[in-house]
Every structure is written in C-alpha cells, then in structure tokens.
Design a protein around this ligand. Sequence first.
Ligand code: NDP
Length: 317
Amino acid sequence: MAANFVIPTKMKAWVYREHGDVANVLGLDPELKVPELQEGQVLVKVLAAALNPIDTARVKGVIKLPGFSLPAVPGYDLAGVVVKVGREVKELKVGDEVYGFMFHAKKDGTLAEYAAVEESFLALKPKKLRFGEAASLPLVIQTAYGGLERAGLSHGKSLLVLGGAGGVGTLIIQLAKEVFGASRVAATSSTGKLELLKSLGADLAIDYTKVNFEDLPEKFDVVYDTVGEIERAAKAVKPGGSIVTIVKQNKTLPPPAFFFAVTSNRSTLEKLKPFLESGKVKPVIDPKSPFPFSQAIEAFSYLQTRRATGKLVIHPV
Ligand code: NDP
C-alpha cells in the first residue's frame, strides 16, 4: 500500500526576487507556496540538493531560460521522496525514493522543501547511495556521460580531462575508465588534488601549476574540457581525435572542438545504475560538504571560488 503524506500549503525555500550577487539577493522564505503539479509531474519532498555553477549564473541573471520569471528558487539537482503524482504520471508512485535534475527549471528549483518535477527527469535512487550522495550526481554524471558519448570515447582510446577535480571532472574520469573502457586517462588539477585524481582511476595526474599539458609529448584521442582552455586543448589532441567542451565561449571553436550541453534524461541514470550500485562509480563530495539548508549562501560562496573538490551538497533540507 502506498504511503500517505500530509502536504503543507507553505514551505521553506531559498528565493531571489531580483538578479544580483547571491549574497545580496538570495533570502530564506519560510512561507513560500508549495508548487502546484502539472499533469506529468510528481511532487518531491526534497531531502538533499546540490549546487552547480549554472545556479550562480541563473541568480546573477547571466543565463535566462525561456519562460523564466521572478521570484525564483535556485537549484537543479535533488534527491527525495515522491509525495504526490500528477494525473499523467505513468511509472513513479507515492513513496518512491528518486533523484534527478530539473532540466528547464523555470522558476521553482530544488533549494526548497518541495519541488514539482517532470517524471521523465527522475530515476529511482540507487539503494547503495544516501540521499546526499544521490543528489550530488544527476547534472554532473549526465554531463560527463553525454560529453564522452558525443566525443566518441570507446574501448582502448585515451582521454585527457581538463579540470579533473570538479563536479563534472571527477565523474568523467570514473566513467571513462569503468563505463567506456578508456585505455589511458590523464587529468589536470592543482597540486593538492593529484592523489584524488589517481584514486578515481586517472593513470596520469597533471599538476597544472607546474606543467603545461599541451607541451607534453603524449597526445590524446579525446580531450574533455571543463575549464575553458580550448586553444590549449587543440594542441593536446591526436590528429583525427575529438575535443568536447562544456564551457560556453563567445568565440568560434577551433576544429575538432564542439560544445556539449546536457539534457535531463532518466535513461542515462538507469544505464549507470549498476555502476553506482556496485560502487565502481562513486559520488565525490567536497569535505566541507554537506551544508545544512540554512547555510545555502555559504555553500554558494564556496562554489564561486571554483576550488570545490567534487560536489557541494545541501543536506538535510
Ligand atoms: P566545479 O565548480 O565543480 O569545478 C571546480 C574545480 O575546477 C576545482 O576542483 C578546481 O580544481 C578545478 N579547476 C579550476 N580551474 C582549473 C584549471 N585551470 N585547471 C584544472 N582544474 C581547474 O565545476 P563543474 O565541474 O560543476 O563545472 C565545470 C564547468 O562546466 C563550469 O563552467 C560549468 O558551468 C560547466 N558546465 C556545463 C554544462 C553543460 O551542459 N554545458 C553542464 C555542467 C557544467 P583546482 O582547485 O585543482 O584548480
């Protein structure tokens, strides 16, 4: 029998009513209206959320999606429990433990006690993962997987990851080795994070404070750029290889580079579930994390340093 949840009409949520620096415009609203469900959506009691650089860009107003309006709640990633389902929802049911990211999040995001999310963006949470761990994954693991797939990484090929210690980079390294069967993975970071890169499966950890990766004699079949170093990446790829970047740049990309933008699709999470259940692919969460819900602004300021290792999680919500 499905569990019954009492759903309040008001909830706690982080809200911005104008664009600007996060510390100036983001405030905790103790009485925001719980979002109403559209037919294909489920209402999730959010137990954990995670931050991504796009959250800052959205609050600042640097990125505006069609249909966006203020006031708005930031946040894409979540893990939680389904407490209500819309009329057109086919697979999920009340009580399911789910995780995913709110692609097209127009105004109501995941830094709130409840979120209304399209069923198609959510997958059942792997049992091995705690809610905070699960919330750290959806946006970055789908970015890592989608970029590697589009770049044509396959068994026996070599990969260079620019930015191996970030939210996306820590997943790229693991997926390249465990899922795509890369023969050799190199990745860049600052000195203190080289051991982490190796522990995730990197064969070569390059200290970018000491070595210019593009000057190394070794070249790679695929370069995955998470930093915005595309001209340098072009010097590190083998002839006939490919370069994927996820950093938007206002310039023409030098061939063979292309830009990849993630979309939310539960099928990638389902495909990767065995690797998450077995522990072959693991969430990487910054040691300063999780931040409690009340400290979302502190979490944002840390995110903006661009020095976080792996993911910044907000838990408990
Ligand atoms: P993070 O904030 O998690 O990245 C932080 C990490 O970046 C730190 O560990 C830091 O390591 C590393 N870093 C910073 N500068 C360098 C450098 N010059 N060389 C190597 N490593 C560096 O970011 P994400 O991984 O979440 O995202 C990365 C980028 O990708 C962002 O610009 C984001 O907006 C974008 N993105 C785009 C998506 C798309 O669909 N197009 C989807 C997801 C993200 P250290 O301290 O060692 O320097």
